[in-house]
Design a protein around this ligand. Sequence first.
Ligand code: NAP
Length: 287
Amino acid sequence: MREHLSMAELGASAIGGPVRELADGVRMPMLGLGVWQLAEGRETEQAVEWALEAGYRHIDTATYYRNERSVGAALRRSGIPREQVFVTTKWLPIRRNPTSEIQRSLERLGLEYLDLYLVHWPLPGRISRGWREFEALQQRGLARAIGVSNFGRDRLARLLGTVDRPPAVNQIHFSPLNFRPQILTYCAEHGIVVEAYSPLERGRAFGNPVIAEIARRLKRTEAQVILRWAIQHDTVVIPKSARQDRIRENAQIFDFELSPQDMNALDTLDRTSGNTQGHSADAPGSS
Ligand code: NAP
């Protein structure tokens, strides 16, 4: 695992910000807007519009969030060419097969292809359910990249043992309080990009004295410090906000750098005690 990314490695903060190249060559912007718990309709459309205005070029939704139609409406209204925005949605593994489900998602989004299609969470005892279909969907060009979410190290290992094409991405709960260095290392060793969900701990990390002190000293907000920490761990971040000021604030993370000392101090906040699951007890991957 690489320790910390330098500014040079992250590249200039062009529109959409720096990207991670996935195993199959697809370029994924390191900052995206998460839209879980944004209501279908005006709330989702407005947040996506604000994000695109602020330079985001990556939106993370899911069938489960019931707002794919609004994401699609905002994308169309923006007039930004399709190929310039990275769109992820997720297959509900308790539903029918991914081949029919992706068609429904694409229809709701009004898109012809996805940039990333994820298995939303592993089904106990049926880890690789749907993966063969995922591989076929990628081959047909309906999803440029395919991946998983909420897979811990052991489940990933089991999946890798049975499939032709490994997932390009594992989207997991990841923040200074849920650091999970073992999964990070495992994914890096297998060429899997880690995508950090709930990177702001849904607000619960704010006020932590270590985070607050770094933010004060660097004249940044606590949200920016937390997101920057995840970026320097080479992960993709998808903070959610319904507010324009916060959507903008969360994008201002590519013009400063945390020192190795500050990175270490934030690393020590991990409270997962070696837990190698992809989610924590209070976030059982059910978003
Ligand atoms: P999060 O992004 O960690 O936190 C969102 C919360 O923080 C909201 O309450 C938001 O409030 C607040 N917030 C955002 N920016 C802020 C700022 N700058 N200052 C203060 N408060 C701020 O939580 P999340 O929504 O759970 O995770 C992000 C995305 O990850 C989701 O939207 C979803 O796309 C994805 N996700 C995936 C899974 C999965 O199972 N794969 C699970 C959870 C999440 P306001 O909206 O009021 O600003």
